[in-house]
Write a protein that binds this ligand. Structure first.
Ligand SMILES: Cc1ncc(C[n+]2csc(CCOP(=O)(O)OP(=O)(O)O)c2C)c(N)n1
Ligand SMILES: [Mg+2]
Length: 248
C-alpha cells in the first residue's frame, strides 16, 4: 500500500503530546520545525489526520501534495514546516526563521541529527540573539541502529549549556516535560528528552519482541479510563482510514 518508507513515532508520542498541551495552556501557536519522524508532532498539534493519510497514500490531497511522503509532512494550517531529508537541516532553518519573525518557535531533532555541525552553529546564534526558541531533542538513543554510546562521549544538554543556554536532560514523562517548560520562550532553551522508539527506524518491524512494552506499562499505570480512550481512538482512526481508502 505504501510506496515509500514510513517513519513511525510510536513509543515517542508523549513528547509532542505533552508539549502541545503546554502550548494550549500558554495559548501560544508556535512555528514548528520537524524532521523525518514527525507524525506524532503533526497529530499532537491537531493538523488534519485525513491529509496525513492521503500523504501516506501518495495523493495530491495529502498534506505535502503527495510528494513529501512520511518524512516530509507539513501543515500550513498549524505552522508545521516539513523536513527536506538532510538530517538536522531544520535546526539552522528554524533559527533563521525565528530570528526574522521573533515568533515562538519549536524545533525538533533526533539525538543523531543533533550531532551535525550546522546544528551547533545554529544553537550558538540562537543563544547570542536570545531567540524565543525551544530545541527539542527526541533522544531515542539511536541513529538507525547505532547507539549513542558508539557515536559520542558527550551530552546534548551540556552542549546547550556550553553555548550559555538552558539545557535539560529529562525523561519523556508528561509531568517532567511540563515542568521543564515553565519559562519556555523567555529565552532559548534545549530539552533533551529520553524516549523509546517502538519500531524499526523505518516501517513497523520490531527487532526484539521482549523489549519493554511502553503501551502495556502505561495502560497498567493509567487504568480503565486510558483503555477506553485507547479503544475509542483506535476505532476513530480505523474509521478515518476506511473513509479515506473508500475515496480512492
Ligand atoms: C546529513 C545526513 N546524513 C545521513 C542521513 C541518513 N539518515 C537518515 S535518518 C538517520 C538517523 C537519524 O537519527 P536521529 O536524528 O536520532 O532520528 P531518529 O530516526 O532516531 O528519530 C540517518 C543517519 C541523512 N538523511 N542526512
Ligand atoms: Mg535517534
Amino acid at each position: 500500500m505504501f510506496k515509500f518508507p514510513i517513519y513511525l513515532s510510536a513509543g515517542q508520542e508523549y513528547i509532542s503530546a505533552s508539549i502541545a498541551e503546554v502550548m494550549k495552556e500558554l495559548n501560544v501557536q508556535p512555528n514548528i520545525f520537524i524532521q523525518h519522524r514527525g507524525h506524532s508532532t503533526y497529530l499532537a498539534f491537531d493538523a488534519p489526520i485525513e491529509r496525513l493519510i492521503d500523504e501516506l497514500l501518495g495523493r495530491k490531497s495529502g498534506c505535502a501534495n503527495g510528494m513529501g511522503g512520511s518524512a516530509s509532512i507539513q501543515s500550513k494550517e498549524k505552522n508545521i514546516f516539513g523536513h527536506d531529508g538532510l538530517m538536522g537541516s531544520q535546526v539552522p532553518i528554524a533559527v533563521g526563521h525565528c530570528y526574522q519573525t521573533q515568533h515562538p518557535t519549536i524545533v525538533y531533532m533526533g539525538d543523531a541529527s543533533a550531532e551535525e555541525d550546522y546544528v551547533l552553529g545554529a544553537l550558538g546564534w540562537a543563544s547570542t540573539k536570545r531567540l524565543p526558541i525551544l530545541f527539542v531533542v527526541e533522544d531515542n538513543n539511536l541513529s538507525i541502529l547505532t547507539e549513542k554510546k558508539v557515536r559520542r562521549n558527550w551530552n546534548m544538554h551540556n552542549v546547550a549549556e556550553a553555548f550559555n543556554m538552558q539545557g535539560l536532560d529529562i525523561e519523556d514523562d508528561p509531568a517532567q516535560i511540563k515542568q521543564a517548560l515553565v519559562s519556555v520562550f523567555e529565552k532559548p532553551m534545549l530539552v533533551n528528552i529520553n524516549t523509546h522508539r517502538k519500531f524499526w527506524h523505518s516501517g513497523a518491524g520490531i527487532d526484539d519482541e521482549n523489549i519493554f512494552d511502553r503501551y502495556q506499562e502505561q495502560m497498567d499505570i493509567l487504568g480503565h479510563e486510558a483503555s477506553q480512550i485507547h479503544e475509542q481512538t483506535k476505532q476513530m482512526v480505523e474509521q478515518i482510514w476506511q473513509k479515506q481508502l473508500e475515496k480512492q
